[in-house]
Design a protein around this ligand. Structure first.
Ligand code: ZN
Length: 444
C-alpha cells in the first residue's frame, strides 16, 4: 500500500513536470518571432526574437505592429490561437462563420504556419491573423472592424527539369544523387515496374528523365508528371513517353507505341504469400485426396481486398458449395479470371458490373471448401485454365492508329531532349521555364 502511494506520487510529480514543461514550450513559441519562414517541418524550430525595420508582411505594413510567427500545435484551433491575443470568443465565432465560404477554420491543421500581427499594446491585441493551409495558399484575417477575410495564392512556377544518372547501388540512391526526390523515384518505379525488375538492376544501367517541378519563391514544393523517361538495362533501351488518348487515362508508351503497362496485374492481392501453386497433382487439404489444382492460392488475412487483375465485365458473382462466394470476370474474348472463397463481394459487384484494373471486387475469406482464409485465383486463356503466374501477360492498349502520328511527333521531340541530357549523375539542366498560376494543375 505504502509502496503504491509513493509510486503514484512520483507518477503525479512526473506528469506535472511534463505538463508544465509542455505549457512553457507552447507559450514560448507563440510569443516569439522566428527569422526565417520555411515550409513546415516535422519539429517546429525553437523561435527566436528578431527586430527588423518594419517589414511588409503579406502586403501589410508593420510599423505599428509586432509580428508573431507560429506553428499550429496538435489539436489547437482558431480560438485557442487567438485567445492569447485579446480576441473575444464572440469575435472568434463571427470570424469562423464569416470564413466558412472562404476557408473553413476547422481545417486548421497541426504543423501549418501562421502569423499574427498584433498591436504594441499590453494586451497584444491581434490586428491580423494569417494562416497558411499549404505552401501555395494563405488566408488573411483582417481583425480591424469589419473582419475582412481573403484567400490568396502565391505564384506557382512550373519548371521543366532533366536529370540523368548511372545506377550505382540502387535506383533510389541514383535518382536522388542525380537531384531527384523520393516521390520522383516512386513515380519512375511505377512507370517501369511492369517491364523491368527494378530490384535486379545492373551497374552500368542508366536513366534519363524529363519532369515538371513546382516551385514557390524558388522553393520546390512538389513535382508534376514525368513527361518522358529513358532507361537502359543491360544495353537495351526502354523509353517511356507520356501520352493521352481520348477516352483513356494518359499512359506511358515505349518507343514502339506499346503501353508500358500490362493488361493484367500479375497477382490479385497486393501483399500475400502463395500457399499453393497451379499443379496437376495436389493433395487436397479438405477432400484428402490427390487432384489437380488449377489455380493459385494466396494466403492472406480475412478481409484483405481482392483486386481484379484487369478491366472487364463481371460474368458471375455467386455462391457454390465448393467455391464459396466467388467472382468471375471476362476481360475480353481471350481472357477470363476467377476469385474464390471470398468473405463478401465489394460494393456494386454483381453480374454485368464493369470493373477496371486494380478495383476491389471482394474480400478474402474462407467460404466454400477451404481450411482457412485464402484466395484461390484462376486464369483462363482461350477457354483453357492456365497458370496465372507463368502465362505471358499481354500489354495494355497500344497507341491507336489515329493517334500514331501525334505520338511519333511527340516522341521524336522528347527523344531529342532526352538524348541531350548528359548522364553524369549529379548534373541537372534547366530546359525551359514557364509561368503558371493555377494551383490545381497536375499533382502527383
Ligand atoms: Zn485454390
Amino acid at each position: 500500500m505504502f509502496k503504491r502511494s509513493v509510486g503514484l506520487a512520483i507518477l503525479i510529480a512526473v506528469s506535472m513536470f511534463v505538463f508544465i514543461t509542455a505549457a512553457q514550450t507552447i507559450s514560448f513559441e507563440k510569443f516569439h518571432f522566428s527569422e526565417n519562414k520555411k515550409a513546415p517541418e516535422p519539429e517546429p524550430e525553437p523561435a527566436v526574437v528578431v527586430k527588423k525595420p518594419a517589414p511588409i508582411i503579406f502586403g501589410i505594413p508593420t510599423d505599428t505592429l509586432e509580428i508573431v510567427e507560429g506553428t499550429v500545435e496538435r489539436g489547437e484551433n482558431l480560438s485557442q490561437i487567438l485567445a492569447s491575443f485579446n480576441i473575444s470568443p464572440v469575435t472568434i465565432d463571427q470570424l469562423a462563420r464569416k470564413s466558412k465560404k472562404i476557408f473553413d477554420v476547422r481545417r486548421i491543421n497541426a504543423k501549418r504556419n501562421y502569423i499574427i500581427l498584433h498591436a504594441q499594446d499590453s494586451a497584444q491585441t491581434a490586428r491580423y491573423f494569417i494562416y497558411e493551409p499549404n505552401e501555395v495558399e494563405y488566408v488573411i484575417y483582417d481583425l480591424n472592424g469589419e473582419l475582412d477575410i481573403r484567400l490568396e495564392k502565391r505564384e506557382v512556377e512550373v519548371v521543366e527539369r532533366a536529370i540523368a544518372g548511372f545506377i550505382e547501388s540502387s535506383l533510389f540512391e541514383s535518382i536522388l544523387a542525380a537531384g531527384g526526390s523520393p516521390q520522383l523515384v516512386n513515380h519512375f518505379a511505377d512507370i517501369y515496374a511492369w517491364r523491368l525488375n527494378l530490384s535486379r538492376l545492373q551497374p552500368g544501367d542508366h536513366f534519363k528523365l524529363i519532369y515538371d517541378e513546382r516551385q514557390v519563391n524558388g522553393n520546390v514544393i512538389g513535382f508534376g508528371k514525368i513527361k518522358a523517361a529513358y532507361f537502359e538495362h543491360e544495353g537495351k533501351p526502354l523509353y517511356a513517353i507520356a501520352f493521352g488518348q481520348e477516352g483513356q487515362k494518359a499512359g506511358y508508351y515505349d518507343q514502339d507505341g506499346k503501353s508500358l503497362k500490362k493488361a493484367f496485374l500479375r497477382e490479385p492481392l497486393e501483399y500475400s504469400r502463395i500457399s499453393s501453386r497451379y499443379t496437376m497433382n495436389r493433395f487436397h487439404p479438405v477432400q484428402k485426396r490427390y487432384k489437380p489444382h488449377l489455380g493459385t492460392d494466396f494466403a492472406a488475412p480475412r478481409g484483405t481486398p481482392i483486386r481484379t487483375v484487369g478491366d472487364g465485365v463481371v460474368l458471375e458473382a455467386s455462391y457454390t458449395k465448393g467455391n464459396g462466394y466467388y467472382v468471375k470476370i471476362k476481360h475480353n474474348k481471350t481472357y477470363t479470371t476467377q476469385y474464390l472463397h471470398m468473405s463478401k463481394f465489394a460494393k456494386g459487384i454483381r453480374r454485368g458490373s464493369r470493373v477496371s484494373q486494380g478495383q476491389t471486387i471482394g474480400y478474402v475469406g474462407s467460404t466454400g471448401l477451404a481450411t482457412g482464409p485464402h484466395l484461390c485465383y484462376r486464369f483462363w486463356k482461350n477457354g483453357k485454365q492456365v497458370d496465372a503466374l507463368k502465362v505471358k501477360l499481354p500489354s495494355a492498349h497500344p497507341i491507336e492508329k489515329k493517334y500514331r502520328e501525334a505520338f511519333e511527333e511527340l516522341k521524336s521531340e522528347l527523344e531529342g531532349k532526352l538524348m541531350a541530357i548528359e548522364p553524369k549523375g549529379v548534373q541537372q539542366e534547366l530546359l525551359a521555364t514557364e509561368q503558371q498560376k493555377s494551383f490545381n494543375e497536375e499533382e502527383v
